[in-house]
Design a protein around this ligand. Structure first.
Ligand SMILES: Cc1cc2nc3c(=O)[nH]c(=O)nc-3n(C[C@H](O)[C@H](O)[C@H](O)COP(=O)(O)OP(=O)(O)OC[C@H]3O[C@@H](n4cnc5c(N)ncnc54)[C@H](O)[C@@H]3O)c2cc1C
Length: 593
């Protein structure tokens, strides 16, 4: 097991990570793998065979499956032992989330329960709330749900209209309003409901299902994840005791933000797990289907798709376990059973908000690519409900919408970077200023693969980091905090940051695999060469887009000249490299790492 060192969140933007300091999935513990096997077995044997019945909303089925999952300990991993949980490392939970995501709808049910439905209590609840609810949530006897969104307030959640009025004797709140899109609503026993106390103070409350005045609307007719429950939650004069407040009155935004952060990480893990399964289906189909006398897997354009799926998944997986490894270290330093540990837990959770935003938008877009191109490989059969791809395509789409849309997550990334820079937690302005000073003496090497190819990719990463720093630094110098208003620029900076984190994480993993003599190291090298070559070209385009938006005339020409010094996109034969990668996918009929 590596000696992981947890750097401050977002540090990848300004400095190279130490090789020994990152976790790669190949180093996961035997316990993690055992837990994943148990989870996979449960999903394949108990859940996947009843997908149609779940989609038909068979009465009681979801709740029964949740109880079975609870009996196996699949809902308890994130809860401390003192509250009936298993307190598993984040890396183990990540692998478990991947397996649960083999059943997309059920994964939404589990995620809504274990993450957004449970964690508000763990991170913000009183000792009494924790003792009362967490053991039953861990066992699946109580199912949780998170009721934030309303018909007119989704991304802008703080504009919610639901009201909580304090009774004259000060002993109860009376809730009125309607929450929309609430996952698990049909069978949840416990809701975290967000409402404005006395019309002003956005606050989180715990509301039990059987509270008079709470009712559930009909199931929404959804495009996908039809086996999950999504309904309105209607609150009409729902009276709850004042000690149902989670955290502090008026601080509900903190509950929402911290919890969604964890949800975003989980969504990235789920996206990888589902992609793994879809790549299997796609490779298998490509090997069986014959057109023009040959298997379609022998054709370059199909191989390109299979290889590209594997490459994107490799980078996603590398980022996921790198972040999980950092979290393992930080969480290990917190005694969750100690009174007052919630502050520390929250700080640890928030540390990697930048990485979580990336994992959310990057992961959901990897999954969309895999589902879309997987369907394309299936041709007309991909469009038929007789084959798995049609459902997968519908199910995948939600991931770009919930847990904060991908647009909001891109904006969140920049917002987090700016906040940390302003508070001195991330020395980004200093790094950008240093780069500006040094830029004239920078001499990017001509980029071909003649040197040690791993070193060569390392050079591309330095170039991408410098281009990102330069573009972000110049945008900051020109626009200041108004940078957030130029959303197109903010999103381009978020995309450059994501590509940097993805490539560096894949590169660190490839180096570790090479150092350990792993038979998969050659394949890992090909993956990062393909990804890196494309990433350099993309970053060149994005950085030119940014400087063009923030400058004109001579200033723009100077910026362009600087960028040409910083970044030299390499010329790499990615056709041959992708074909090599595709050969492994086709041979194994699976993700090759
Ligand atoms: C199946 C499903 C399950 C869900 N489960 C839950 C749940 O369990 N609990 C819960 O509380 N909610 C849940 N949601 C709600 C979900 O979180 C919201 O749908 C999501 O946050 C987006 O809000 P919205 O639908 O109101 O879209 P809007 O906020 O109206 O967004 C519409 C479009 O505008 C964009 N946009 C919005 N604001 C900005 C901006 N400032 N700048 C640029 N673009 C912007 C968005 O990115 C999006 O593309 C669920 C939704 C679905 C569909």
């Amino acid at each position: 097991m590596a000696q992981i060192k947890a750097p401050p969140g977002g540090a990848f933007l300004i400095e190279e990570a130490e090789l020994d300091g990152v976790l790669i999935p190949e180093e996961l513990s035997a316990e993690a793998r055992l837990m994943a096997r148990t989870t996979e077995e449960f999903i394949r044997k108990e859940v996947l065979p009843v997908t149609d019945r779940l989609e038909a909303h068979e009465e009681g089925l979801n709740a029964r499956l949740m109880r079975s999952a609870g009996e196996l300990g699949l809902l308890a991993g994130g809860i401390p032992e003192v509250f009936g949980g298993l307190d598993l490392p984040k890396s183990t939970l990540t692998l478990q989330s991947e397996m649960i995501a083999l059943a997309s709808s059920f994964a939404v049910t589990v995620g809504a329960h274990t993450q957004i439905g449970t964690l508000p209590i763990l991170y913000f609840g009183t000792e009494e709330q924790k003792r009362k609810y967490l053991p039953r949530l861990a066992s699946g006897e109580t199912i949780g749900a998170f009721a934030l969104s309303e018909a007119e307030s989704g991304s802008d959640a703080l504009s919610a209209k639901t009201r909580a009025t304090l009774t004259p004797d000060g002993r109860r709140y009376v809730l009125n309003g309607t929450k929309m899109w609430i996952s698990n609503a049909a069978f949840a026993d416990l809701f975290t409901v967000f409402a404005k106390a006395d019309g002003e103070q956005f606050t989180a409350f715990l509301v039990e299902r059987n509270t008079p005045g709470l009712s559930i609307g009909r199931e929404e007719h959804k495009l996908g994840i039809r086996g999950s429950s999504t309904c309105r939650v209607i609150l009409e004069d729902v009276q709850i005791p004042v000690d149902s407040v989670i955290g502090e009155v008026g601080k509900g935004y903190r509950v929402a933000l911290y919890i969604l952060n964890i949800g975003r990480f989980g969504l990235g893990a789920g996206a990888l797990g589902t992609s793994r399964e879809l790549l299997r289906h796609s490779a298998k189909y490509a090997n069986q289907r014959v057109q023009f006398g040959s298997r379609i897997s022998s054709y370059g354009l199909i191989q390109h798709k299979l290889a590209e799926m594997a490459v994107r998944m490799f980078t996603l997986e590398s980022m996921l376990y790198r972040t999980a490894g950092y979290w393992d270290v930080l969480f290990a330093g917190v005694d969750a059973s100690a009174e007052g540990s919630a502050d520390e837990l929250r700080a640890v959770t928030e540390e990697y908000a930048i990485e979580c935003a990336i994992l959310k938008f990057y992961g959901s877009e990897v999954l969309d690519y895999v589902a879309d191109e997987g369907l394309q490989i299936h041709g007309g059969n991909g469009y038929s409900e007789e084959f798995p791809m049609a459902r997968a395509y519908r199910d995948a789409r939600i991931n770009r919408i919930f847990e904060g849309t991908n647009e909001i997550n891109r904006l969140t990334l920049l917002d987090q970077v700016l906040r940390r820079a302003q508070k001195g937690r991330l020395a980004l302005p200093q790094a950008a200023a240093k780069l500006k000073e040094a830029v004239l003496s920078l001499a990017p090497r001509s980029s071909d693969l003649s040197a040690d190819p791993l070193d060569e990719v390392g050079e591309w990463i330095r170039q991408i980091r410098n281009a990102t720093l330069y573009a972000a630094g110049q945008a900051w110098e020109t626009l200041g905090v108004k940078i957030a208003d130029l959303q197109e620029v903010a999103a381009a900076i978020a995309d450059m940051s994501a590509v940097l984190f993805a490539l560096e994480s894949g590169w660190l993993r490839a180096r570790k695999l090479a150092a350990s003599g792993s038979p998969r190291s050659g394949l890992a090298l090909s993956a990062i060469q393909v990804y890196g070559a494309d990433a350099c070209a993309q970053v060149e385009q994005w950085s030119r887009y940014v400087i063009s938006a923030i400058s004109d005339g001579d200033t723009r020409r100077t910026h362009a000249a600087v960028l040409r010094r910083i970044l030299k996109p390499p010329l790499v034969d990615t056709v041959t490299l992708r074909r090599q990668l595709a050969r492994s996918v086709i041979e194994l009929e699976a993700y090759p790492w």
